[in-house]
Ligand binder design. Structure first.
Ligand code: HEM
Length: 396
């Protein structure tokens, strides 16, 4: 029998691919082929093995950023983006970024997030049922939040959203269109940085401009690329995780009812949504720079190891009955959907805050909320790295 070929699933479905679950049942690390006629490499499925890859410097992101590395998506290879770097470059930039993007700053920002949520829910209510919760609420929320956090004026939010969407829709636009969007966005960010230098404000852009670490600081080019990555990383992911979370709840009515009856379960439910929902097809490849023993397999120097972050969330060694969606699961926040170790999502606290406040506010405002069309009539977007609905009709 030939090697399993990845990617397995279609980008549209929210489900974890049965073929991937079968492989996980056979072991934590599998030898696979990237595309029917593609090269061979390794797929990491098990929880402990995934944490090892995420923390062991012998698995390099930088070394994987070459055209030769097989990938199941065409996500950005840009070498100066934080998530594509290794120590010491990564450590240095990440430390400076973390000075601007602190949990304290995010917590202080929570009332602003709540204000944006309340305004958007007013729009949903004014529209009346059925309403598209994606278009009226889940899609505008994260972009408004990230723009407010970055100090981008309201009138520019629509442009920022357009750029962020183009940069994520890697199967939908040509490389030229994506490059053009990136050029426009970077020209805008150049101006924003210059403006903040001259007019210091209480926002992340100003904090990044000012961030210092023992005399070190971000260069202008680093500022631009990392502001861009905050925008892109912070937008589509959160939009879709919110909408996909509501779809997942409605596919599990007894769990949805439990949550509606006790909104104090919302923080745990958000962790469980993050654990359970496959949100992305990005596979975060790394290249072994030495021979490494991993999950009972010998990975040779130069081999590609790919790591879909949702698969370890289905490992029974880490989660009891992992394929069951349970909003009261005690250890749901051990999930690896934000990864683990040095690349742990810089925006995880912001994403959790947004998702928690949003889900709680939606259910407080519309206690009888339900998806207004049968599951098989939901329409999914093609061409995205993330799993994305076109619209989410709800009634209440
Ligand atoms: C539900 C929402 C989100 C999900 C599922 C998510 C997921 C991820 C994942 C899987 C990574 C690791 C990438 C890698 O190892 O290469 C990551 C990194 C990152 N995320 Fe998020 N993210 C979310 C929201 C956000 C938000 C709101 C922001 C910021 C505004 C953000 C900013 C970042 C940044 C800057 C990195 C790079 C960190 C590093 O490499 O050191 N993310 N995120």
């Amino acid at each position: 029998m030939g090697l399993p070929v990845i990617p397995f699933g279609t980008p549209q479905s929210l489900d974890t691919d049965p073929a991937a679950l079968d492989l996980l049942a056979r072991g934590p690390v599998a030898r696979v082929r990237f595309g029917a006629d593609g090269p061979e490499g390794w797929l990491v499925l098990g929880y402990q093995a995934a944490r090892q890859v995420m923390t062991d410097p012998r698995f390099s992101r930088e070394a994987a950023m070459t055209a030769a590395t097989p990938k199941s998506s065409t996500a950005s290879d840009a070498p100066d983006v934080l998530s594509n770097q290794d120590a010491p470059n990564h450590t240095r930039v990440r430390r400076l970024m973390a000075k601007a993007f602190t949990p304290r700053r995010v917590d202080a920002f929570a009332p602003t997030v709540q204000r944006i949520i309340d305004q958007l829910l007013d729009d949903v209510e004014a529209h009346g049922a059925p309403a598209d919760l994606l278009g009226l609420f889940a899609a505008p929320l994260p972009i408004k939040v990230i723009c407010e956090l970055m100090g981008v004026p309201d009138m520019d939010v629509t442009r920022m959203r357009d750029w962020a969407e183009k940069l994520m829709a890697v199967y939908l636009y040509s490389p030229e269109q994506i490059l053009a969007a990136q050029d426009d966005l970077q020209a805008y960010l150049n101006e924003l940085i210059e403006h903040k230098r001259a007019n210091l404000a209480e926002d992340v852009t100003t904090a990044l401009v000012q961030a210092r670490d023992e005399g070190d600081r971000l260069s202008h080019a680093e500022l631009v690329i990392n502001l861009q990555s905050l925008l892109v990383a912070g937008h589509e992911t959160t939009v879709n995780q919110l909408a996909n979370g509501i779809v997942t709840l409605s596919r599990h009515p007894e769990q949805f009812d439990k949550l509606k009856a006790d909104l104090d379960l919302v923080p745990g439910a958000v962790h469980e949504i993050m654990r359970y929902v496959k949100f992305s097809n990005a596979d975060l490849p790394r290249t072994a720079v030495e021979d490494v023993e991993l999950g009972g397999q010998l990975i040779r120097a130069g081999d590609t190891v790919t790591l879909p972050p949702h698969m370890p969330n289905r490992d029974p060694e880490a989660f009891e009955n992992p394929n069951v969606f349970d909003v009261t699961r005690a250890n749901a926040d051990d999930h690896l959907s934000f990864t683990y170790g040095p690349h742990y999502c810089l925006g995880a606290h912001l994403a959790n805050t947004e998702l928690r406040l949003a889900l709680r506010s939606v259910l407080a405002r519309f206690p009888k909320l339900q998806v207004a069309v049968p599951d098989d009539q939901l329409v999914w977007k093609d061409g995205m790295i993330v799993r994305a609905l076109r619209e989410l009709p709800v009634s209440w």
